[in-house]
Design a binder for this molecule. Structure first.
Ligand SMILES: *Cc1c(COP(=O)(O)O)cnc(C)c1O
Length: 403
């Protein structure tokens, strides 16, 4: 579509990134090829020199991948995007492109677990030091910045407690220090949060989650704001090789067509469920950006177009109650990951964060009774009935917990 820039978000979801292809298909064909023929030695030379537009080899670029990348760049309001083989490949590409030995990173403590691990292992081994902060507390962010700080990295809402960080304020802190702000926008998607509008410099996503939305692809993406940064990131991604393939790109691009619709339903159903859970006697606390009881409710109202589809709850019965709930849901699927059309449930203390020391886990706000829900697009009555049934069993001593 030629005038895509003048259209509304829902229209962009359907049309962005799609170009004219041979035979006039309305969706981009899957160019399932590793390499592309040159018309002549001169053509090959011109492509390598960047004098001719075209494709050389799929790790360096492919029309199906590019269509998906262009759609996400358009939805985020960025310049260009880089498709990666997973969300973690996207995270690594950002660190690899922007840091060197001696540099310092300030990272929110409420980020995806493997992001923390990557910083504490590989990046540390390469001589890049990280200070972890509660990014919902701006003083902590300011105090952590040093003259060597190259990046501030946040995820908002954060994992798994849904704490919110002020993108605009942290962008200002980063820019004052000559650093860049990277936002992991996975939990919101561009339908609900546009970090570039608040001053972020780089956005990344695990496309595995809401962007693809159907729990059948692992992928990631980095979105940048200018050509210079794009070229540098492309060069690095091309070297480290963490690219996505054409078929997965096709699936993500297809998923994006319904992103606006899906996010609307995720928000609506999660809001109903959060309200229901807040009044349930087995539930001690509900963490959901759409509830007035959320500590950063007003910031969420300013920064987000909706509360999202994730809810964290704390059960009064602790660890055992969490396991009992897991064992008694029928529609909510017991699985990690999030952002798909199917509702998922997980218990961090016995699953994703089980390997963490109890103390460290609690310091990160992950108590033993914490349960995370990713609300899908099933009928809301079925979802609430499922939670009702499983919460009735929470105090049932006869239901056997799996250890
Ligand atoms: C899942 C996730 C990642 C990692 O993505 P993968 O596709 O699993 O590699 C990064 N950030 C957030 C917020 C995530 O939820």
């Amino acid at each position: 579509m030629e005038n895509i820039k003048d259209t509304f978000f829902e229209t962009k979801c359907v049309h962005a990134g799609i170009k004219d292809y041979e035979y006039g298909p309305v969706v981009p064909p899957i160019y399932q090829t590793s390499t592309f023929k040159f018309k002549s030695a001169g053509h090959g030379a011109a492509l390598f020199a960047g004098e001719d537009k075209g494709y050389i080899y799929t790790r360096m670029g492919n029309p199906t991948i590019e269509a998906m990348e262009d759609s996400i760049a358009e939805l985020e309001g960025g310049h260009k995007a880089l498709g990666c083989g997973s969300g973690m490949a996207a995270v690594h590409t950002v660190f690899a492109a922007l840091t060197q030995t001696g540099d310092h990173i300030v990272c929110s403590r409420a980020v995806y677990g493997p992001t923390t691990t990557l910083l504490n292992s590989v990046m540390k081994r390469y001589g890049v030091e990280t200070t972890f902060v509660d990014a919902s507390n701006l003083d902590e962010v300011i105090n952590a910045v040093t003259p060597k700080t190259r990046l501030i990295f946040i995820e908002t809402p954060g994992n798994p407690t849904l704490s919110i960080s002020d993108i605009k304020a942290i962008a200002a802190i980063a820019h004052n220090a000559g650093a860049l702000l990277v936002v992991d926008n996975t939990f919101m998607s561009p339908a609900l949060q546009k970090p570039f509008e608040f001053g972020a410099d780089i956005i990344l996503h695990s496309m595995t989650k809401f962007l693809n939305g159907h729990a059948d692809v692992v992928g990631g993406v980095v979105v940048v704001k200018n050509e210079e940064m794009y070229r540098e990131f492309r060069r690095v991604l091309n070297q480290i090789g963490g690219v996505i393939d054409p078929f997965n790109s096709f699936l993500v691009h297809r998923g994006i067509k319904t992103l606006a619709l899906r996010m609307q339903q995720h928000c609506q159903s999660a809001t109903a469920i959060a309200g229901y859970l807040e009044n349930h006697p087995a539930v001690k606390k509900v963490m959901f950006p759409g509830l007035r009881s959320h500590p950063q409710y007003s910031l969420a109202q300013k920064q987000q177009k909706g509360p999202g589809g994730l809810i964290a709850i704390e059960l009064k019965g602790g660890f055992r109650a969490g396991q009992n709930m897991m064992n008694n849901v029928k529609i909510f699927q017991l699985a990690v990951s999030l952002g798909g059309v199917e509702s998922l449930i997980q218990h961090p203390a016995s699953m994703t964060h089980a390997s963490m020391e109890c103390e460290t886990r609690r310091a990160a706000g992950i108590c033993d009774g914490l349960v995370r829900l990713s609300v899908g697009i099933e009928n809301i009555n079925d979802l609430i009935n499922d939670l009702e049934r499983s919460l009735e069993k929470v105090h049932d001593k006869t239901s056997v917990a799996v250890s």
